[in-house]
Design a protein around this ligand. Structure first.
Ligand code: RUB
Length: 328
């Protein structure tokens, strides 16, 4: 059985980065799961519906590898199928869990903006990198409270997400100065806080975010500038509790150099890693909806708040291969 057009469209939009940013990717994936359930037109048998939903989940999870928000959102919705007695019951559960995920996610960003803004002192200069909804909301809230004078905003090569951040911050009236990524260290002496988002937070508090974030954090540390990461709890990776590494996505070289240039230089190798890892020592705090934490407390989000135990990480070997087990 095929998938509804809207589900295929969301999967493609995540892959091609029309939908991007870990939070938006997660909410869109939950939306796609909901659509898949609403538009399911196969036989009304529980087993068949479950199999179909697992396949939709696999399709969505395979679109981009790094942001754990994507499998976390999909698995949150998939879990609703566990223990259901009938097809109709199962379909309703998927729809309501998907809606719940989206609502919780939006509320989390709001709480993060409120708690994060309080951490910024009046009259500060902030630097941000890439485009993070959570980071933008912290900065905008702090600006409304008179805490932010201006923002240095990196252009974020090669995909130039900094232009999206520029538009969002300007919409909120925040004074923004665009800088090339290579100007970060030059400008850091003027900066009071770095505020960025996260694609994945590991159990030891390392943050995987847009390529260049670790260089920004390094320059900040050298200048004794505080680094805050705004991250909802579904950006925390359960698999890192058992030592699994986060897969870094590499994208098309043509995002870095034009096609014609590549043609003129046959055989040249161009690397386009799109995320990097900032170690916990370079991060002052991770702002979550549950509070502002030192990175070393990341494990508490996974264990205390999300309820993961070593035994419960049963799909550990291969998350795509073991999705069926989640709903047994
Ligand atoms: C986006 C990126 C963002 C995080 C957090 O990368 O690295 O900083 O996803 O964003 P890409 P948010 O553009 O490759 O998806 O706070 O919006 O979840």
């Amino acid at each position: 059985m095929g998938y509804p057009q809207k589900v295929l469209q969301i999967a493609d939009d995540i892959k091609t980065m029309k939908i991007r940013g870990a939070g938006r990717i997660a909410r869109s994936a939950a939306e796609a799961m909901k659509h898949a359930a609403v538009e399911y037109n196969g036989n009304p048998y529980l087993g068949e519906f479950k199999e179909y939903m697992v396949n939709v989940a696999k399709l969505l999870i395979s679109t981009r590898p790094t942001a754990v928000s994507l499998p976390n959102a999909v698995i949150y919705v998939l879990r609703s199928l566990k223990g259901r007695g009938s097809f109709e019951d199962a379909r309703k559960a998927v729809i309501s869990y998907a809606e719940e995920f989206i609502k919780n996610s939006e509320e989390a960003v709001k709480k993060i903006s409120e708690m994060g803004a309080k951490r910024i002192k009046e009259g500060s200069i902030v630097l941000t990198h890439c485009h993070s909804t959570a980071a933008v909301e912290v900065i905008a809230k702090a600006y409304r409270e008179g805490r932010v004078l201006k923002v240095y905003n990196t252009e974020t090569r090669p995909f130039l997400q900094g232009r999206i951040t520029f538009a969002h911050l300007r919409k909120y009236g925040v004074p923004v100065v665009q800088i090339p990524d290579s100007a970060v260290r030059y400008i850091m002496d003027e900066v009071d806080y770095v505020v960025v988002g996260a694609d994945t937070v590991t159990s030891n508090g390392a943050v995987v975010n847009k390529i260049g974030t670790s260089q920004v954090a390094l320059a900040a540390r050298e200048s004794r500038v505080r680094v805050y990461v705004a991250a909802e709890s579904y950006k925390f990776s359960p698999l890192t509790l058992i030592g699994e590494l986060v897969k870094i996505e590499f994208r098309d070289p043509e995002e870095v150099v034009p096609h014609e240039w590549l043609e003129r230089h046959p055989g040249v190798k161009v690397l386009n890693p799109v995320f990097d890892v900032t170690p916990p020592e370079y991060i002052d705090a991770i702002i979550t909806e549950y509070g502002v934490l030192p990175p070393q407390a990341a494990i508490l989000i996974l264990v205390d708040k999300l309820g993961w135990t070593l035994d419960s990480i049963k799909y550990s070997d291969n998350i795509l291969g073991n999705l069926e087990k989640i709903i047994e």
